[in-house]
Design a protein around this ligand. Sequence first.
Ligand code: SF4
Ligand code: SF4
Length: 334
Amino acid sequence: MYLKITPKKLIQWLDGLKAQAEVLTPAKVDGVWTYTLSDLQTLPQHYFNSCIPPKSLFFPSLQALLGWRSSDSSLQLSSTPPPDGQRAILGLRPCDARALRILEPVFLKDYQDVFYSQNLLRTLLLGQACRAQCQGSFCEEMGIDPQDSVDVDLFFREVPGGYLARVITEKGKDLARGGDFFEESSAGEWNAARREIGGKRDNPIFDLEKVKARVGERFPDEDFWRRVSDKCINCGICTYLCPTCHCFDLCDLQMPGQGVRFRCFDSCAFPGFTKMAVHNPREEKWRRYRQRVSHKFNFFYQNFQAVACVGCGRCVIHCPVNLDLREVLLAIAQ
Ligand code: SF4
Ligand code: SF4
């Protein structure tokens, strides 16, 4: 189902949305692009991918799970209530929307994580087509269309005189149905509004099918992994900013008479990542970097039939030593 809306009606529609839900949009906060509460009057303009991915709105870097208080005679436990209240994310890029879908089986398949599932249920995903290729990105090599998405509730494309919207879910249909803000459009109009995004490359950097086929063969090649990971300084930025990385640690903070159990991001870049009482199977950097790439392009695919990378390019542009995943994938595919 395809719809269209004028800029004036879009403002009215967003005002109505804000009355029912918190609206979050990409914005610069203290110099860093992130998703934050917004009083924006229209769809966000002229932005690339945020530095902090929307993953953090579903799986925060720090999440208290339960607390306790003790006295000589009693112990009281309190669990953190699941998040509530409707919210909408506006201006979600196709790569980040796909990343949220990729994370779903991790948090919802065998074990239902109440925080992730509640966050998903209470959030309306409003996607928006990209105008230009983000620096460092390779979304199209990963099979993601920067001009379209089926991973959201409603997806917008700018056109002269307003916006077209593609309705993806029942939630999206309900959202567009109220009032007389939207008019009917058609698949023909939608397809005609597709445009070449700025900065698009003529040729793909690598062939994903070859990467998937060869990454397993590369696994025993110690020299290869030593070479490609040589300059990594184990900072963990690539994992913290990755919209699909999801490793976490469970820790207890103990204070006199009270404490809290919390979940926080962990990273395969850190030397202590898999350290156990008597052994660390990945003490050397090359083993951990191999784990990062093999997990995303091989193990995750075997478990969930999806590659755990959307080509957003965050790890490429924010790595302090310019370790470029695109070059590693190209080397794997050759
Ligand atoms: S961002 Fe770069 S230096 Fe930091 S852990 Fe990742 S690959 Fe290593
Ligand atoms: S591995 Fe890099 S390019 Fe792929 S999704 Fe994560 S941050 Fe983006």
